[in-house]
Design a protein around this ligand. Structure first.
Ligand code: NDP
Length: 294
């Protein structure tokens, strides 16, 4: 069997076009322009690339982009003061603090200072709780992107066996909550899981969020499974980016698979824009965009 490739790049372009259409409608009908504020502390090169890319795509869909670049030695008090200011600014509908923060700053404290209604990364403890209890939350962008691709591919996910490999707060745990919300039977695997191949052999859906290049092998999969590869890894001596799945062997057994690059990655920023749009609609008591939320 050769798997269908789930094209995240094309899907992300479709999501961005939908967002842009809604943004235009908000401008025309309500005089509203969604605004996303991104805060970057320090000079981490990967973070700088992400922030540039987020700013560019924000403007491309017609939103306002507010970038706040602060020196690495910024004090916690100054950072918290900026967040307070953004919380109070009616032109700002979404706030994202780029992680990781320099070591002297307490990430939990900073993230939990963001107004939950503007927390477009979905990392605030209130949003984590809302998602965990099946209430309307801001949902973390990467798992939201994975869910959108799965829904698009399968329609209903109800009753499917899903295995999420990885239990991080930003990917694994929220992914499992979302799959549960769509009535999957969910297993979360992690580094202490005994016999991962056996766990995977029953999975109709596999989401790999491990951070170990090419770890998951095709022989471990149930034939026809849908594989969402969240991993973004580098391998010394080889060019390019690699997923957590060994693509060639997995594509032989899976029914569908996301490539790396060009799978989950592009969906993450598209979902950030979708979340900013959702936050703008909620803040103004307007109907939320269909198909762009969990
Ligand atoms: P973390 O390092 O926070 O979590 C990794 C998880 O994998 C942990 O729960 C860990 O288990 C588990 N794990 C490690 N080794 C094994 C193993 N041998 N078998 C089973 N489970 C194992 O990573 P993130 O969740 O932040 O990211 C995961 C990957 O996704 C990375 O490659 C990252 O770059 C990528 N990523 C991609 C994004 C995108 O936009 N496409 C966004 C975010 C992340 P334990 O808890 O027991 O240690």
């Amino acid at each position: 069997m050769t798997a269908t490739i789930i094209d995240g790049k094309a899907f992300a372009a479709k999501v961005r076009a939908q967002v842009a259409e809604h943004v235009q409608r908000l401008k025309d009908e309500h005089g509203l322009t969604p605004g996303l504020a991104v805060v970057l502390v320090g000079e981490d090169p990967a973070s700088q690339v992400y922030v540039r890319s987020k700013g560019k795509q924000t403007v491309e869909v017609g939103m306002n982009s507010f970038e706040h670049k602060l020196p690495a030695e910024t004090s916690e008090a100054d950072l918290l003061a900026l967040i307070e200011q953004l919380n109070a600014d009616p032109a700002v509908h979404g706030i994202l603090v780029q992680l990781p923060l320099p070591g002297h700053l307490d990430s939990d404290l900073v993230i939990n200072a963001i107004d939950p209604a503007k927390d477009v990364d979905g990392f605030h403890i209130s949003n984590v709780g809302l998602l965990g209890t099946g209430q309307k939350a801001m949902v973390p962008c990467t798992p939201l992107g994975c869910l959108m691709m799965l829904r698009d591919h399968h329609g209903s996910l109800s009753g499917m066996n899903a295995v999420v490999v990885g239990r991080s707060n930003i990917v694994g745990k929220p992914m499992a909550q979302l799959l549960l919300g769509d009535s999957c039977t969910v297993t979360i695997a992690h580094s202490r899981t005994r016999d991962l191949p056996d766990v995977l052999s029953r999975a109709d859906i596999v989401v790999a969020a491990v951070g170990r290049p090419e770890m998951l092998r095709g022989e471990w999969l149930k034939p026809g499974a849908t594989v969402i590869d969240v991993g973004i890894n580098r391998i010394e001596g080889r060019n390019g980016l690699f997923g957590d799945c060994d693509f060639d062997s997995c594509a032989e057994v899976a029914g569908a698979i996301t490539p790396v690059p060009g799978g989950v990655g592009p969906m993450t920023i598209a979902c950030l824009l979708a979340n900013t749009l959702t936050a703008t609609c909620r803040a103004n008591g307007l109907a939320e965009p269909q198909g762009l939320t969990a």
